[in-house]
Ligand binder design. Sequence first.
Ligand SMILES: Cc1cc2nc3c(=O)[nH]c(=O)nc-3n(C[C@H](O)[C@H](O)[C@H](O)COP(=O)(O)O)c2cc1C
Length: 332
Amino acid sequence: MYDKTHALMQRGRDFLGTEHAILCGAMSWVSERNLVSAISNAGGFGVIACGAMTPDLLDAEIAATKALTGKPFGVNLITMHPLLFDLIAVCAKHQVSHVVLAGGIPPKGSVEAIKAFGAKVLVFAPTLALATRLLRNGADALVIEGSEAGGHIGPVATSVLAQEFLPALADEFVVFVAGGIGRGDMIAAYLEMGASGVQLGTRFACATESIAHPAFKQAFFRANARDAVASVQVDPRLPVIPVRALKNKGTEEFTAKQREVAALLDAGKVDMEQAQLEIEQFWAGALRRAVIEGDVESGSVMAGQSVGMVTKEEPVAEIMAQLMAESEAALS
Ligand SMILES: Cc1cc2nc3c(=O)[nH]c(=O)nc-3n(C[C@H](O)[C@H](O)[C@H](O)COP(=O)(O)O)c2cc1C
């Protein structure tokens, strides 16, 4: 049915063990058992967002996801989590097949610890040199993610990253493209450039199976591309990774938060690492308020620029079928 798309996705499908090489990127608070299992049951690849979860919470989430799907799914771990190696041990206990390391360069020993229990490791990399090094040193696949994406972002657009990374890496390695993908036509284009598959977040965040609050979903359905803006860095010293979210009062609160952290830094009350942790905790809390409590005014409604293409609540299987049909039509 999707012969041309499936043929171009073959390496990605083999790597993920799925029907379609479409990942739903981990979204903190959103990518839990319900959405993850729905994605995998629809032939895609769901990824649990561990975020700031404790090892016990991750343990329960993996077990609950396994109860809802027999298909492959992955776990996304944030590299700066203070208990990273305990979280890896939880993944080992459950024989998780794929672990995604996000949020920074994988710390020493982490890739090895994951491979030691037989799982595959997916990494992100901001530059071609670093990507090449990570892939040569054991990472099994790469996700390149452009600045159109929702959540934490880098400075370069997906279209540019694709042109830079795919010709250099796609012959030898499995590379997935993420950021700003809202339709199957775009999937077809990246596959033709050599990608093994794609990763989407924004397009799936408000699916019927997503537990996001109805107010969070409404905010998505109303928003246009230009409403999904990147956060502004107030003090150049602060290690602030920009975050793309719908513009609201919370956007201003983040500015205030940065001033507060900068003052703590000046007073010598925190070091740079603690400052970064403070800022990440702000985002985790603000995203939780929006996703779980539905506070879309002062919470953080993280969304990518493809949000304008998300107009109604649809079951994951329908979104997946639409994307695949659009890709197939584009390739035909
Ligand atoms: C609400 C939201 C939360 C996200 N949280 C995370 C996260 O916790 N970890 C992560 O690696 N990426 C996170 N992302 C990025 C997604 O995994 C994915 O790569 C991105 O959404 C793809 O780009 P798109 O939004 O343009 O489809 C998040 C994205 C959104 C929209």
